[in-house]
Design a protein around this ligand. Structure first.
Ligand code: NAP
Ligand code: MN
Length: 267
């Protein structure tokens, strides 16, 4: 089995990375950054997002696992104190995997230019630095509303505990093949009207945004920001691809939610 490691870059994470690398190499596993079967991210959830985007072109062949060196994470759910146990489990390959749904984003430019396609593990947001965004929102081919406000956040189930949660969105279990649309400060008055609540779309429904004004948009895909001008439409749906996490022990999603946001009994 081939493995790669990605560090957050601080001393604690770097030291842990060096340890993992030497232990796993002793177990005769091959360190290979080009074509790893397992990518170990050491840092936080943000580090795992980086690892995901680094290997997004080979999701069917690469599984991920996260160790947190800061506070408990959603993707980074192994503690440094569990390192020995984890190393032995990894060395015992093959391992079980759990698959989570992803968000597919397709940005189509005006004038028939080439479209861009992205996969998000957490979410995609659309904002502008030029006042409010104004778009027609279509769901499954039908006009739903005209949105005017700061922006929209379209998230995956596993991303529902991140930005989406701060916007008042619901937390979705990652076994659900769905995407969630959450508003950022929509303008609601007698002229402009939006639904005002988060929407959850099933796997076979597509959401399409069509800008009504020529603005430059900041389109974030997880931690990465892209700038687009002359946008004809932005399409969202559950991706065909899935992200795979190596699973060496049960750590139920609702327990992770409780430990992160309500109370962590282990502390
Ligand atoms: P960051 O500013 O360090 O991330 C913000 C926080 O979100 C960090 O505490 C991060 O954990 C945590 N996080 C990331 N994914 C999560 C998940 N799936 N569930 C729960 N918490 C999660 O930037 P970053 O580390 O590069 O992460 C990018 C993410 O930040 C974006 O995908 C977006 O979800 C989130 N974000 C949130 C807000 C907000 O809540 N108002 C605003 C902008 C962006 P770690 O510290 O372990 O990395
Ligand atoms: Mn971070």
């Amino acid at each position: 089995m081939k493995f790669a490691i990605l560090s957050k870059g601080d001393d604690k994470s770097n030291n842990l990375c060096a340890k993992i690398k030497s232990y796993l190499t002793e177990f005769e596993l091959e360190y290979n950054e080009e074509v790893p079967d397992l990518v170990i991210s050491v840092g936080g959830d943000g580090t795992l997002l980086e690892a995901f985007h680094q290997y997004v072109h080979r999701l069917d062949q690469t599984a991920f696992i996260g160790i947190h060196t800061g506070h408990l994470g959603f993707y980074a759910d192994w503690m440094p104190s569990e390192l020995e146990k984890l190393i032995i489990e990894i060395a015992k390959t093959p391992f079980q995997v759990v698959e989570y749904p992803l968000l597919e984003v397709i940005i189509r430019p005006k004038n028939g230019g080439e479209e861009s396609r992205y996969l998000a593990l957490n979410e995609c947001t659309i904002k502008t630095s030029e006042g409010s965004v104004v778009f027609d929102v279509e769901i499954k081919g039908d006009h739903f509303e005209t949105f005017r406000g700061d922006g929209l956040c379209i998230s995956t189930p596993s991303g529902s505990t991140a930005y989406n949660k701060a916007l008042g969105g619901a937390i979705l279990h990652p076994s659900l093949e769905a995407i969630q649309i959450a508003e950022m400060a929509s303008i609601n008055n007698r002229v402009f009207r939006t639904i005002g609540s988060p929407l959850i779309l099933p796997g076979h429904h597509t959401c399409l945004l069509k800008p009504l004004h020529d603005k430059s948009f900041m389109i974030t895909v997880d931690h990465i920001t892209h700038t687009y001008k002359d946008v004809k439409s932005i399409q969202f749906r559950v991706g065909k691809e899935k992200v795979r996490f190596a699973r060496f022990r049960p750590f139920p999603f609702w327990k992770r939610v409780r430990d992160s946001f309500v109370a962590d009994d282990r502390e």
